[in-house]
Design a protein around this ligand. Sequence first.
Ligand code: PLP
Length: 404
Amino acid sequence: MRKIRQSKKLRNVRYDVRGPILVEAQRLEAEGHKILKLNIGNPAPFGFEAPEAIVADMVHNLPDAQGYSDSRGIYSARTAVAQYYQSRGLKDVAVEDVFIGNGVSEMISMVLQAFLDDGNEILVPAPDYPLWTGAVSLSGGTPVHYRCDEENGWMPDLADIESKITENTHGIVIINPNNPTGAVYSKEMVAALVDIARRHDLVVFSDEIYEKILFDDAVHHHAAQAAGSDVLCLTFSGLSKAYRVCGYRAGWVMVSGPQELAEDFLEGLTTLSNMRMCANVPAQHAIQTALGGYQSINELIVPGGRFYEQAMLADKLLNEIPGVTSVRPRGALYCFPRLDPEMYPIDDDESFVIELLRAKKILVTHGTGFNWFDTDHFRLVTLPDVDVLEEAIGRIADFLATRR
Ligand code: PLP
């Protein structure tokens, strides 16, 4: 038989978080090493449990969740999502504006497939959550990365965005709160980003999956609020992070703005949604309970709560390492520290991460895996308990000391 090759569509598609670095970690595990994996934002392996009511809801509904549902999602879930946005001040959101998916991931891919023609450019933040860059490429589009400015708390560089807009630019991705930087954008910043979209006739894709994971005085602002009725905005969120159920695969996209101008696109999205039948039905049942019930996430993000304490400790310990600086996360589940290139010259940051893994049995993800421009960053997941984090960052510090 002839050699079977991957499709050319995958030429520019990468997802390094689970790429060669994880393969190497698994190889070491097979040799009997214990690896501390700080590469994936998945709360369950770190002792976090989903709110009981959510699990109970899934179990309760399991016998009645055997069939396919409506492709866009079960009515109660879509209503719950619409009402959630209404309660956040987006009074016009209706059930028809909501599509439920197998996590935000599926909705990102589906929306971009429905939206992009070959060569269309989409502005994507750098650093980004790499699914965005990969999914734009897979859909035939061209990701164009705009710089987020570390010196300015990782805020998007508005001038850089403006300078990268061409006649071929069709949309802009906003990730707020941000993975990997932990930045949370002010109301003015969200308004400024949306205003660029308004002036240049761009669609806004707003990934808000960490909207409830906010520290100190950080406040989340929905891009859809700024977009109002004249900018088409697709808002992505789901249960994975705030409700600690990454494995259930429950997410959604909410469409707002001038839908009368987007009928054709929305018809395409509906076709794609129909083609994959529906999202995992048992998990859809959990959505109403999650959004409507007691929000236990609020206990985790304040002083004394695990998400808060771990993020703050990681930030403090990283900044104590000579030549390492890390912008304090204002939300989400990550730190994205910088290694002074004079002290730690790194040509290939993936190799650097693999060296750290082999030497210290800790897996982090290299910055270029998030489409960062330089080889001077890595991302650390702040999910382990404080004792484990202390041990992990201690080992990273020891490793760096051997490279000075
Ligand atoms: N968007 C961002 C910014 C993420 O960090 C993640 C997961 O890490 C996702 C989307 C995917 O989430 P889901 O589990 O809903 O597919």
